[in-house]
Design a protein around this ligand. Structure first.
Ligand code: CMX
Length: 127
């Protein structure tokens, strides 16, 4: 199932205004040190949008903004077992960014399929 849609932004406080006007509500703002981002989680009718603001110039999100500009960063899908999904996809030749699951926002375990294996889309799997 779709867990969230993530958008890279230089200024999450300014960006969230648009979503709040649409009807989204902020339900959490969390710093994720392992990913060097502050994540703002918005929700409307079960749709979750995550605004990602980098906290450091060497964060993956800062690099993505420098290279590609602000905008859609990744799609995240929830899986029952990340370890099992990684094993299954790797066996079919899909490359993951991290060797092992990493700590993500909200205590989730996360990993990413490289955009070159995702048809130009960075895909997060989370558990
Ligand atoms: N969506 C789609 N394509 C992307 C992308 C993105 N978000 N980020 C990079 N790419 C593309 C690049 O434009 C590049 O394309 P070309 O080969 O056509 O030029 C290609 O992927 C490879 O880029 P790269 O130079 O090899 O790698 P980067 O240094 O740009 O890093 C990536 C890309 C995916 C490895 C890096 O962003 C990463 O490690 N991401 C995982 C971690 C992450 O994104 N964390 C933030 C989210 C945290 C959270 O949700 O909590």
């Amino acid at each position: 199932m779709l867990d969230h849609i993530a958008i890279a932004t230089r200024d999450a406080t300014a960006m969230r205004k648009l979503y709040e006007l649409i009807g989204f509500e902020v339900h959490k703002v969390e710093e994720v040190p392992s990913q060097k981002v502050v994540a703002t989680f918005l929700e409307l009718h079960g749709v979750h949008v995550e605004l990602l603001e980098p906290t450091s110039d060497d964060s993956a999100v800062a690099k993505a903004i420098a290279k590609r500009g602000e905008g859609l960063h990744h799609l995240a899908f929830k899986v029952p077992s990340l370890a099992e999904a990684m094993q299954r996809l790797r066996a079919q030749g899909y490359g993951f960014i991290y060797d092992e699951p990493q700590p993500g926002a909200g205590g989730k375990k996360i990993n990413f399929i490289h955009p070159r294996d995702g048809g130009g889309v960075l895909v997060e799997l989370c558990e």
